[in-house]
Design a protein around this ligand. Structure first.
Ligand code: BG6
Length: 484
């Protein structure tokens, strides 16, 4: 296959602070929403996996336990970052997507002055990346807001959060301006409907169920404004800085050509585009106001809000892509498969991962073309990959052919999408080093090119080992995607 990857294509990998760093209470870090994420291996209900009640918060803040709260130990990137970055460099990474834990910089979120040790930690991380010429791509908020902002202000439902987020943005833009050019405001901003506590600090039981949707839209509006104002601030502090939005691209197929199925899939796809519409086009899609009216939803906006959105759009669109979904108006009694977030009907043409995610490389190409056609803006795939159980053989090797196969097929489709005219600037597959899963808090759901010796119960040495995919990806990067 001919190779269409541009010469300066940003190959790399992606991690987040709350799933990798650990050190949840070290060097002045405050407790964050992620530190309350529970390990419940038998809980299969997606909503319950993420649900955090007031009682959960009360018991969570009283304990220093890390076994039931695996995100508190992560893969210990906090103490291994030099070794890890050296390995990323060995693979030839041009970029590393990582996030800053807001609660490391502002432990409570509403202080005026930052925590010096937190600033120093990321300074060291960025210096190390620079040593290896790895360009950081930094997410400001990846499911890790300070818990104090939830308890004292009610999370993003409160407009005051915008001010705190901007103080945080200003601090990190100023501190790291010589190191970081590429930024993302909110990871998977659309996930606010899937897990409102972790994404926006909304405690569901505080609201009557019929009001919850309005509360979420209001919180989302505040995040949109915060994102737009943070984008404006970036340009003032780092003139060549580039800001991206980030969505979960959950591509929906109609189950049949029944126009009702097609309309349903179109509606679901449009819902998914809402978030990039606001951040990339600078305005809410026209239909949303009718929908709010129909549902009696009132979103408070200040006089200048719509102008703020219009005048401060992002420079690129980033997104995660793991799977596609199928929907139908008659989905009763049909086999369902589970995704991270939504269950859909089983697609008979596709295989699923061990966690029930429908593997669809061609869907990746469809998603890329769809996004580019809609926005005509640079795209960056910042998450993709296969969560799978790995086995360490007696000789110490880890032959993760299944992961290589998954990534290979997705990279092939990425190449074809570029041929189709899509302007794709980078690819940073998820969990380039094994880390704690976002949904299930399992360590055994592994995505990495680098294995971390740690099990679901926190047992292990935390030592790192290259998998077969490590050498494979190294070759992919050095051949600029030619040798798969
Ligand atoms: C995305 C998140 O939803 O999917 C990541 O941005 C997450 O934080 C990734 O880890 C994969 O999900 P999981 O549950 O397999 O870790």
């Amino acid at each position: 296959m001919e190779n269409y990857f541009p010469e300066n294509f940003m190959w790399g990998g992606s991690i987040s602070a709350n799933q990798a760093e650990g050190a949840w209470n070290e060097d002045g870090k405050g407790i964050s929403v992620a530190d309350l994420a529970k390990f419940q291996p038998n809980e299969t209900d997606y909503h319950k996996q993420w649900l955090v009640t007031r009682a959960d918060i009360k018991s969570g803040v009283q304990t220093h336990d890390t076994t039931f709260y695996p995100k508190r130990h992560g893969n210990d990137f906090y103490h291994h970052y030099e070794e890890d970055i050296e390995k990323f460099a060995e693979m030839g990474f041009k970029t590393l997507r990582l996030s800053i834990a807001w609660s490391r910089i502002f432990p409570k979120g509403d202080e005026e002055k930052p925590n010096k040790s937190g600033i120093a930690f990321y300074n060291n991380v960025f210096k190390t990346l620079k040593k290896y010429n790895i360009e950081p791509l930094v997410t400001l908020s990846h499911y890790e807001m300070p818990l104090n902002l939830v308890l004292k202000y009610g999370g993003w439902y409160n407009r005051k959060l915008i001010k705190f987020f901007l103080n945080y943005s200003k601090t990190v833009f100023t501190e790291y301006k010589q190191y970081v050019k590429y930024w993302i405001t909110f990871n998977e901003i659309d996930s606010i409907f899937r897990h409102p506590f972790t994404t926006a600090g909304i405690i569901e039981e505080d609201y009557p169920p019929q009001k919850l949707e309005e509360v979420i839209y209001q919180a989302l509006h505040h995040q949109f404004i915060a994102s737009a104002l943070s984008t404006k601030m970036l340009k003032e502090i780092i003139p060549n800085g580039q800001m991206g939005c980030m969505i979960t691209r959950s591509l929906d197929y109609p189950e049949t050509c029944n126009p009702d199925d097609v309309l349903l899939a179109q509606k679901l796809n449009r819902n998914n585009y809402l978030y990039s519409d606001v951040q990339a086009r600078g305005k809410y899609p026209s239909y949303i106001f009718n929908e709010w009216q129909k549902k009696n939803i009132n979103v408070d906006m200040e006089k200048d809000d719509l102008d703020i959105l219009q005048n401060n759009t992002v420079d690129f669109i980033s997104f995660s892509y793991y799977m596609s979904l199928v929907s139908s108006i008659n989905d009763n009694n049909k086999e369902k498969v589970g995704g991270n977030f939504i269950t859909g009907i089983k697609n008979k043409y596709l295989k699923t991962s061990d966690w029930g995610w429908q593997i669809d490389p061609k869907g990746f190409r469809i998603a890329l073309i769809g996004l580019y056609d809609r926005y005509q803006m640079p795209l960056w795939c910042v998450e993709n990959g296969l969560g799978a159980k790995d086995t360490v053989n007696e000789d110490g090797s880890i032959n993760d052919e299944y992961r290589i196969n998954y990534l290979k097929k997705h990279i092939e489709q990425m190449n074809l999408a570029i041929r189709d005219g899509v302007k794709l600037i980078g690819y940073t597959p998820w969990g380039c080093i094994d880390l704690v899963s976002a949904d299930t808090s399992q360590m055994s759901k592994r995505y990495g090119f680098i294995y971390v010796d740690l099990d679901d119960y926190g047992n292990g040495t935390y030592s790192r080992k290259n998998k077969k995919s490590f050498y494979w990806y190294k070759n992919v990067i050095s051949s600029n995607g030619e040798q798969l």
